[in-house]
Design a protein around this ligand. Structure first.
Ligand code: MG
Length: 219
């Protein structure tokens, strides 16, 4: 029996990664406390702080999260509202980008498996509006020698619309152990914290996330 919850309540068997209150479930790559902030019930990216990692690790899972891209009309392409949701490692990024009348390369738009698969459609919402990702990720089944025997698969709905349909080229890393969910700080330093004193060339992008949970799948 599973209580499916509701718009702001996770299913009863979900692992809640953010409940609107604090960053206790998140950390930096090196284990230090997450360097982002919480404002009005949402996690807010602090550009230059670096990517944040869930403390919980998983392999196959159903994942839900919501994101809100700030309006950045002065920016274009990959500089306009860039973030991302990464599964198990930084190699597997489901792109977050303001893709409303913002041309860029096809496998770099919002809903793409970045640099691998463009989304089926651009199920946009305007910047400043809450959007959702619902993800079903199956890790590959691997043999004793570490070879992929059954490929993994990735299905993504953006705002309830199918954008990745059971694609089999995730994860790019092949056989993987469990890993975290990672939220991207697109800061120009590869997701690492900006070095002290460094000038951050990427535009300040206070993207917000809320209602983040996952349900582990047996595979
Ligand atoms: Mg990105």
């Amino acid at each position: 029996m599973v209580d499916p919850g509701g718009p702001e309540k996770a299913p009863s068997d979900a692992v809640v990664l953010f409940d609107g209150k604090d960053l206790a479930s998140w950390m930096m790559a090196d284990g230090r406390p997450a360097g982002w902030t919480v404002e009005q019930g949402a996690i807010v990216c602090r550009t230059g702080a670096g990517d944040i990692y869930s403390r919980v690790k998983f392999r196959s899972a159903q994942i839900h999260l919501e994101f809100n891209i700030p309006s950045m009309p002065e920016q274009h392409g990959q500089a306009r509202g860039n973030s991302g949701v990464m599964l198990l490692s930084r190699e597997n990024e489901i792109q977050v980008l303001d893709s409303y009348h913002n041309p860029t390369y096809a496998d770099g738009v919002c809903g793409a498996l970045y640099a691998v698969d463009p989304p089926l459609v651009n199920a946009y919402r305007l910047p400043g509006q809450w959007q959702s990702y619902d993800i079903v990720f199956h890790a590959p089944r691997c043999g004793a020698g570490g070879q992929v025997e059954t490929p993994g698969s990735l299905t993504v709905l953006r705002n309830g619309v199918l954008v990745q349909d059971h694609v089999s080229d995730a994860p790019r890393t092949g056989c993987v152990e469990e890993g975290p969910l990672i939220l991207q700080d697109h800061n120009g330093f590869g997701g690492k914290p900006a070095p002290p004193g460094a000038r951050i060339k990427a535009p300040v992008t206070p993207i917000r996330f809320r209602n983040i949970w996952l349900r582990r799948l047996a595979n």
